[in-house]
Design a protein around this ligand. Structure first.
Ligand SMILES: Nc1c(NC[C@H](O)[C@H](O)[C@H](O)CO)[nH]c(=O)[nH]c1=O
Ligand SMILES: CC(=O)[C@@H](O)COP(=O)(O)O
Length: 158
C-alpha cells in the first residue's frame, strides 16, 4: 500500500512486550539532516512512549545513508544491544547515484540484521524530492521514524 494511503505513524500497539530493559542503537545519517533529525525525534518519542528507558538508547551519527550499514554493524555486534534503528533520507538527484545508495543501504542493513540475528530496521526515506521527504518525516503522511521504532519494538516481542 502506498504511503499516501496509510500514515507511517498509525500502528497497532496491542500485545507489545515489556521494553524497560531493552537497549536500542539508533544510527542517523547527517545528509538531509532537517529530515533525519525529524525522523530521529519520531523514533525517540515512540521508543520512550512504549517504555524504553532513555539511558538504554544509544545514538551514533554517520555521514550519509551509505554508511548506515557499517554504523549499524558497529552497534549490532555489541552483545548488550537488542535492536538497531537506521535513519536516513536519500533524495533523487540528476544521476543514478540515488539508485546505488538505496540499493547498497537496503542490502547492507539486511545483511547486518541476518549476520547478528537482531532487528536492524530500515528507517530510510527514498523520496523523489524534498517535499515527499517532509511529508514522511512528521508531515501529512506521518513519520518514518515512528514506523521504524515500533517495528523494532514489535520484532523484539516476536
Ligand atoms: N545524496 C545523498 C547521500 N549521499 C552520500 C552517501 O550516502 C555517502 O555518504 C557518500 O557516497 C560517501 O560514501 N546520502 C544520503 O544519505 N542522502 C542523499 O540524498
Ligand atoms: C542521492 C544522491 O547522491 C544525490 O543527491 C546525488 O545527486 P546527483 O545524482 O544529482 O549527483
Amino acid at each position: 500500500m502506498a504511503t499516501s494511503l496509510k500514515s507511517l505513524s498509525q500502528y497497532s500497539d496491542k500485545n507489545l512486550v515489556d521494553m524497560s530493559t531493552k537497549k536500542f542503537g539508533i544510527v542517523v545519517s547527517e545528509w538531509n539532516d532537517e529530515i533525519t533529525e525529524a525522523l530521529y525525534k519520531g523514533a525517540l518519542e515512540t521508543l520512550l512512549k512504549h517504555g524504553v528507558k532513555k539511558y538504554n538508547i544509544f545514538r551514533k551519527n554517520v555521514p550519509g545513508s551509505f554508511e548506515l550499514s557499517l554504523g549499524a554493524q558497529w552497534l549490532a555486534q555489541l552483545d548488550e544491544i537488542d535492536a538497531v534503528i537506521c535513519l536516513g533520507c536519500v533524495i533523487q538527484g540528476e544521476t543514478r547515484h540515488f539508485d546505488f545508495i538505496c540499493d547498497a543501504v537496503a542490502h547492507g542493513i539486511t545483511n547486518v540484521s541476518l549476520k547478528y540475528n537482531k532487528p536492524v530496521i530500515f528507517g530510510v526515506l527514498t523520496p523523489n524530492n524534498q517535499q515527499q521527504a517532509l511529508d514522511r518525516a512528521g508531515g501529512k503522511h506521518g513519520n518514518k521514524g515512528d514506523e521504524a521504532a515500533i517495528t523494532a519494538i514489535k520484532m523484539l516481542g516476536f
